[in-house]
Unconditional design. Structure first.
Length: 128
């Protein structure tokens, strides 16, 4: 499987938690990642295993520093979010953005302010 196809895979919950921290950090060691995770902190070996899996999926790269490694994202957060939303759109809403927006507007208590913000985003997109 090519790297591009691997990157289209969705991450497990644990993998995504590690990636969220790494995206926020920009780069870091396993200990840096653990330090930023909520309590109860995961074990070092657990995070190291997730990092190895993320490297195999080509979401993370590393560089040697001293006796260890510093890890950094190989996939931008926005790129992954686009993939997740695209998969959700295709799987649950027949590829229709209007179906998805309609669903969320019925399911969530969207305030008038949030609706106004959504309309502003739509208007700006139309003008581009």
């Amino acid at each position: 499987m090519s790297g591009l196809k691997r990157r289209r895979q969705e991450l497990t919950k644990g993998e995504e938690e590690v990636m969220q921290v790494l995206w926020d950090l920009g780069k870091g060691t396993v200990n840096d990642i653990i330090a930023r995770m909520p309590d109860p902190k995961p074990k070092y070996t657990t995070v190291a295993t997730f990092i190895k899996i993320l490297e195999n999926k080509e979401f993370v790269r590393h560089e040697p520093v001293g006796k260890g490694f510093v890890y950094h994202p190989a996939v931008a957060k926005e790129e992954y979010a686009r993939t997740v939303v695209g998969n959700m759109l295709a799987s649950y809403f027949g590829g229709s953005m209007s179906n998805m927006v309609s669903f969320f507007s019925r399911q969530e208590n969207i305030s008038a302010r949030e609706l106004d913000e959504i309309m502003e985003i739509v208007e700006k997109a139309r003008k581009q």
